[in-house]
Design a protein around this ligand. Sequence first.
Ligand code: ZN
Length: 409
Amino acid sequence: MQYAEQLLERFLTYVGFDTQSKPSVKHSPSSIGQLKLAEYLAQELRALGLSEVEINSHGILTALLPSNVKHAPTIGLISHLDTSPDCSGKNVRPEVIENYRGGDIALGSGEEDISPVDFPFLHQFIGKTLIVTDGTTLLGADNKAGIAEIMTALFVLRQSEKPRCNLRIAFTPDEEIGLGMQFFPLDKFPCDWAYTIDGGEVGELEYENFNAASATVTIHGCNIHPGTAKNKMVNALTLACDFQQSFPRDETPETTDGKQGFYHLNGFSGNVEKAELHYLIRDFEQQGFEKRKNFITNAVAEFNRSKHLKVPIELTITDSYHNMYDCVKKVPQAIKLADAAMRACGITPLHKPIRGGTDGAWLAEKGIACPNIFTGGYNFHSKKELITLEGMQNVVEVIVKIAELAVKK
Ligand SMILES: [Zn+2]
């Protein structure tokens, strides 16, 4: 393929931008680097000949590659600009390993390595070109691989005379902290359906995700000097521990997988006076999701009844996102087209549920079906993040095929 070199060059350029999102910042974009990358990409999109290239006041970049035929559908492509707050994304120094021979990969000065013993998928990469970190930062393939793949596919499509559909492009900030999409300019993104290019291994196609909510339980105690506390002190921390006992122990993230839902205690803070428990509630099925929320509501009511508390414990539950499948199933061609494009490129589609959320889940709630396609990357949010150039080329080919097959009857 002619474009492998520029695909690699684009990717290496984009990971040079420090675009880590900052959970402590409450506005979007949460870091200036994301805006810098958006501006850089806007220039590149204009140079590629795209129209309607715009960055809104929240750093969301949108653009259009118009179709070259009449009455073509419009498909959206989305990747995110930010990298995870879990691992540094500053001064990323990627290392390119050509013709991987197998065995351990020493990162940078060699303090960290990636071993096929821990990551057996490495065996399938023998002979391929790997891109890894120097062991001090993440790589940023999540999601700059997606951006480089989309940009390169746009280049390929622009060079070609073959009929293609309209492609709407969006690069969004703050996906990792769930802040970017609320400022998404839907009016600049009219499309029949869309894809996020934000998945992992080659072939991945995801269109079902959790229904998600968070819950906060607040418990009020009464503090007295421990020496004279008998029959007077109410210890909020002890009550919080008791309350936690009401949850099933086998419905947690560490005991479930596949399509099983869970309750996740992910925060516990307080003192004798006041304690707070934070939970994440996750379930693929709408009914199961409601059941879980009811379970917590009932557990709080039962706790208040049985403990005869002067100040009852309080509960707030907030929905975070919903399973996109409710929307996607009404647009089956979104899945069929992605499947057909992958098969045409010699890739076997791997349909998987997402045990989390995506920007696509937000779009699905607004009525735009938006499955998630692979980027070819592995070990996201980690110093051991890696990607193969061949996997990235696969994505470019799949995007080009999607645009071409969309206009074939
Ligand atoms: Zn991502």
